[in-house]
Design a binder for this molecule. Structure first.
Ligand SMILES: [Ca+2]
Length: 120
């Protein structure tokens, strides 16, 4: 049982790394509760673990976009905080492409509304 659990955890971690590379600043999204900690599972409700059952709205929108950074996903405000996903992730003009440097710094988390999120 333990080897299967380890394989599952490794495959989840590898999938998250692939997903992080598909969005601007995917490795640097700040945790609204702990600014010095990055939220590595950006599309999930928990900052470092991810499963298909705990997707936040950005994760659902990212999945709907085919796990790619598209103009539609970029211009969307997934967490409803008034800022587009692109603005929060440092791509206000929605021109970023995988592997390219970002034009702006990351500002906030696109799937966690900092105005309503309760830190526990
Ligand atoms: Ca937003």
């Amino acid at each position: 049982m333990l080897p299967y659990l380890c394989l599952l955890m490794i495959s989840v971690a590898m999938a998250m790394e692939q997903d992080q590379a598909n969005i601007p600043h995917g490795y640097l999204v700040p945790n609204p509760c702990y600014p010095t900690v990055h939220w590595s599972a950006v599309g999930h409700t928990h900052h470092f673990t991810g499963s298909q059952t705990d997707l936040n709205q950005f994760g659902k929108d990212f999945k709907e976009a085919g796990l790619k950074w598209t103009p539609e996903l970029c211009f969307k405000d997934s967490d409803g905080d008034g800022w587009t996903n692109g603005h929060e992730l440092g791509d206000s003009r929605c021109v970023w492409m995988r592997g390219q440097p970002e034009e702006e710094p990351v500002r906030s988390h696109p799937g966690i509304n900092e105005h309503t999120h309760v830190c526990t």
